[in-house]
Design a protein around this ligand. Structure first.
Ligand SMILES: NC(=O)c1ccc[n+]([C@@H]2O[C@H](COP(=O)([O-])OP(=O)(O)OC[C@H]3O[C@@H](n4cnc5c(N)ncnc54)[C@H](O)[C@@H]3O)[C@@H](O)[C@H]2O)c1
Ligand SMILES: N[C@@H](CCO)C(=O)O
Ligand code: NA
Length: 445
């Protein structure tokens, strides 16, 4: 291994040396692209970009890419501390050892590119502070919505605008499941099994179907969009495990589709500006641009004061698409090293409070099974009124001895709606509140 003096640590920079941490789905594609596109990368960066080491867990593990054995090491700690490493790509995932490795890389003068949404959403501030102190870049386009450029547009292209809302379909696995449930009428469990058989959902799909993956991405998007600090713990999270075929059918009757949305909003209230960040299933009208996002695709819909509505769409996962985003960051970080500059760091100056879910307002679609007798509709309406939840529409379907009421509310707080549902459940004329779903993406909010 050549460890000559012509690295970016020295004055006469001639090449950029990359250490890759992790060689799984994403890492193997990063290694492949670095090799296959070496000529173009050199032309675009202005110097060769060379892979000088790859940290793996097992030297003899089967890999999607052929790598010279002398590049492989199981000692990631030693690799990030090497003096001849200018850029470190972290695609191991998880909190530790990824965090310690990124911090060590920055301390030793490397710029870092990571795809690690879980780490950024849990402890991004520690990483950004370390990057600031080391005067190095920390880039993470791959962490949200894979190949789709969304981090850079929020951080740079929209830096002069005021973003007010970000609505994202940022988890491919859950979008695939909900889309299949919508098109086939099947239930959640059988659709999850199909997603697993096709390789979309992991053997342990918890992070996807319980909304943890989307919540980490929501934290990152809200922080960037509103120039504040939002962590995964600040994000209200509900997954899709309780979504039934009847919820999907109810949405269809309303001209809507159910999506797992990451919703980040700037909220103007009596006490000033705050942020709402949440992940939950919601109905959106079939006419909304996000409704047309099918299968495992992702999309992020951004609303800002001057630009209006923007939509970013594409593959949100997969080794090669995610590696594309990593390489884009790598090229920028490499150019910055050559020019001896640093890109934009964390922008969290606004320091906005994050609203609790109870304080968040939206519209609701509520299905209530009731006795089919005189006065019940009026009594149900009264319960909504007592909790200051205003009804926009109500539809009744007789079903023999009982009836189903479908109520759509105007915007109300989550706390008021929860209290309404609790009160309804206690009424002797209510058999069941069979579905409660939030409604998003309509102009009458
Ligand atoms: N796969 C995707 O579609 C996708 C999309 C966006 C972001 N990401 C993110 O990219 C990162 C990597 O994801 P992946 O899908 O490639 O995961 P993966 O499990 O396929 O790869 C991770 C690799 O890291 C290796 N590893 C674990 N600990 C290590 C250590 N201490 N030293 C060296 N290697 C170690 C594992 O053996 C594995 O090969 C994660 O942060 C993930 O959230 C993945
Ligand atoms: N499991 C994630 C991968 C991308 O982060 C998804 O399904 O979208
Ligand atoms: Na992205």
């Amino acid at each position: 291994m050549d460890s000559g003096s012509d690295t970016a640590h020295d004055s006469g920079v001639k090449r950029l040396r990359v250490a890759l941490l992790g060689c799984g789905s994403v890492g193997s594609q990063v290694a492949r692209l670095l090799h296959e596109q070496a000529g173009d990368l050199e032309a675009r960066v202005g110097a060769p970009v060379e892979l000088v080491g790859v940290a793996v867990r097992r030297l003899d593990a089967p890999r999607e890419v052929d790598l010279p054995t002398e590049l492989l090491t199981t000692d990631a700690e030693a690799l990030v501390r090497r003096d001849d490493v200018d850029l470190v790509v972290e695609v191991i995932g998880g909190i530790e050892p990824a965090r310690s490795l990124i911090l060590a890389a920055l301390e030793h003068g490397a710029s870092v590119v990571t795809a690690n949404k879980a780490l950024l959403a849990e402890d991004g501030s520690t990483l950004f502070a370390a990057a600031e102190k080391a005067d190095r870049d920390l880039y993470y386009e791959a962490a949200v919505a894979g190949a789709i450029p969304i981090i850079r547009p929020l951080r740079e292209s929209l830096a002069g605008d005021r973003v007010t809302r970000v609505l994202g379909i940022v988890n491919g696995t859950t979008n695939f499941i909900l889309d299949k449930m919508d098109t086939t009428g099947a239930g959640f469990t059988e659709t999850l099994e199909e997603a697993q058989a096709l390789g979309y959902a992991e053997a342990d799909p918890t992070a996807d179907i319980e909304g943890f993956d989307a919540a980490a991405k929501a934290a990152i998007l809200a922080s960037l969009a509103f120039h504040t600090r939002v962590t995964a713990a600040d994000v209200h999270r509900e997954g899709i495990v309780d979504i039934s075929a009847s919820d999907i059918a109810g949405a269809r009757d309303m001209g809507c589709v159910v999506k797992l949305l990451a919703i980040c909003e700037l909220v103007e209230g009596d006490h000033g500006t705050a942020v709402s960040a949440r992940v939950h299933p919601a109905m959106i009208p079939r006419s909304h641009p996000l409704a047309s996002v099918r299968e495992a695709y992702n999309a992020v819909f951004v609303e800002s004061e001057a630009a209006g509505q923007l939509m970013f769409y594409g593959p949100g996962a997969g080794g090669a698409p995610t590696a594309s985003a990593v390489l884009g960051d790598l090229v920028t970080a490499a150019r910055n090293r050559l020019s001896r500059v640093r890109g934009v760091g964390e922008s969290a100056y606004a320091q906005l409070p994050v609203l609790s879910m109870g304080e968040t307002t939206t519209r609701y679609h509520v299905q209530i099974d009731v006795d089919d007798r005189t006065g019940v509709l009026a009594a149900v309406a009264q319960v909504f009124a007592e909790h200051e939840v205003s009804i926009q529409t109500v539809r009744q379907e007789g079903r023999g001895v009982d009836a189903q009421l479908v109520v759509v509310s105007h915007r109300a707080s989550d706390a008021a709606l929860a209290a309404t549902v609790e009160a309804l459940r206690a009424k002797e004329y209510v058999h069941d509140v069979s579905s409660v779903m939030r409604v998003e993406g309509e102009s009458d909010q």
